[in-house]
Design a protein around this ligand. Structure first.
Ligand SMILES: [Ca+2]
Ligand SMILES: [Ca+2]
Length: 163
């Protein structure tokens, strides 16, 4: 199927553009690979972050580590660099990170203010790659309801995943 499409494409563009088509296909395949690798590392970070939860404001709701300040996803920051996390995506750019403070107490710095009564489905953190365009279009406020924007690749961490 792909071979047929490829042949049809070559016939359509003419032999002179074969290299250009080849380059385009290689670029697309590289991009796919980078997305897969990015997704893999973001997942690895999620698993590590889930071992680092604590009820830092003593309201019986656990928080992930706070964000590290830095230019990143809107209303968020960067992954903390003190836990051996993978800090960059496969485009070699820093991952963004949202961390939410839920529960009856939610004023800790380094967190986006969450909701009073989180449940297992509630997002408590997001590891996010800016994608191929290198720009974060997403906002931690909207990521709370899983609304990643444009080509940003978001891996959500939920309360129910806390071991
Ligand atoms: Ca809290
Ligand atoms: Ca982006």
């Amino acid at each position: 199927m792909i071979e047929t499409l490829y042949t049809a494409l070559l016939l359509a563009v003419g032999a002179a553009d074969v290299n250009s088509v080849n380059n385009q296909m290689a670029a697309q395949s590289l991009e796919t690979t980078r997305y897969q690798a990015t997704s893999f590392w973001a997942n690895a970070n999620r698993n590590k972050l889930l071992t680092l939860v604590s009820d830092l404001d003593a309201d019986s709701t656990k928080e992930l580590p706070a964000v590290k300040e830095g230019q990143s996803v809107i209303n968020g920051g960067l992954l903390p660099d003190t836990y051996g996390l993978v800090l960059t995506d496969r485009f070699k750019r820093l991952f963004g990170y949202c961390s939410y403070d839920h529960g009856t107490m939610k004023t800790s710095s380094g967190y986006y203010q969450g909701i009073d009564t989180p449940n297992d489905e509630t997002v408590i953190g997001v590891v996010i790659s800016s994608g191929a365009d290198g720009l974060f279009q997403s906002d931690c406020k909207d990521l709370l309801s899983r609304e990643a924007q444009n080509d940003d690749l978001a891996i959500y961490i939920t309360q129910g995943q806390i071991p």
